[in-house]
Design a protein around this ligand. Structure first.
Ligand SMILES: [Zn+2]
Ligand SMILES: [Zn+2]
Length: 211
């Protein structure tokens, strides 16, 4: 899914959007959860532009096309992407292709371009991960291999205790600890109004540097 699929609205205002610096903004997005094959690092990968680029709890955006310009560039679609509304992000999790993705609550940092429904931005801190239900529909209790591994990483998905029986599992706490940065991992995607969805805390983290 490309950015345009998430941001069906037009950029705010009539002028072409320009990057702007401002205070941190909260956003919501979908992601796949990754665990390194050696089991020492945990991170994320996106479901749209830049889906091939894994990132950690605190990360700087890279241009998905390898262009050497500031991120996010007005005439590119690079940068991290997030939606303003939890309800909009939740609606995406109900689409077939994104059913087993996690919903991330993030803080957008640095330069950003705002759109009607979302934003592109330079730097991101993932504050909490909301894990969707097990395939059987029950609330998830652990992570299991999602079967969509990639070079050096396993993709994880939530499973209930019964469905996880006999499989290799990774605890939510273990994932949070490996990801670092005070990340919170919460069972269930949460409600659209955000109730019952606590925010995480900041701290040291696995840092993906960008050159
Ligand atoms: Zn770019
Ligand atoms: Zn189950």
């Amino acid at each position: 899914m490309r950015l345009g699929g998430e941001f069906t609205g037009t950029p705010e205002g009539r002028c072409p959007p320009e990057p702007s610096a401002g205070g941190p903004l909260c956003g919501y997005k979908l992601a796949h959860l990754l665990l390194s094959r050696d089991g020492t690092r945990a991170g994320f990968t996106g479901v749209s532009v830049g889906g091939a680029l894994p990132y950690g709890v605190l990360a700087d955006a890279r241009c998905a096309y390898g262009r050497r310009h500031p991120r996010p560039a007005p005439r590119c679609d690079c940068g991290f992407h997030a939606l303003h509304s939890r309800a909009d992000a939740l609606a995406l999790t109900r689409a077939g292709a994104h059913r087993c993705t996690a919903l991330l609550e993030v803080t957008a940092l640095g330069g950003r371009i705002r759109y009607a429904r979302g934003m592109r931005y330079a730097r991101q801190r993932v504050r909490s991960v909301h894990v969707g239900p097990c395939d059987c529909g029950l609330p998830p209790g652990v992570f299991v291999d999602a079967g969509r591994g990639r070079a050096g990483c396993r993709a994880l998905t939530g499973a209930c205790a019964r469905c996880a029986t006999g499989r290799d599992t990774v605890g939510f706490g273990t994932f949070a600890q490996l990801a670092g940065g005070g990340l919170r991992v919460i069972a269930g995607h949460g409600r659209a109004d955000g109730s019952g969805a606590p925010s995480g805390t900041a701290g040291a983290c696995w840092h993906v540097r960008v050159r």
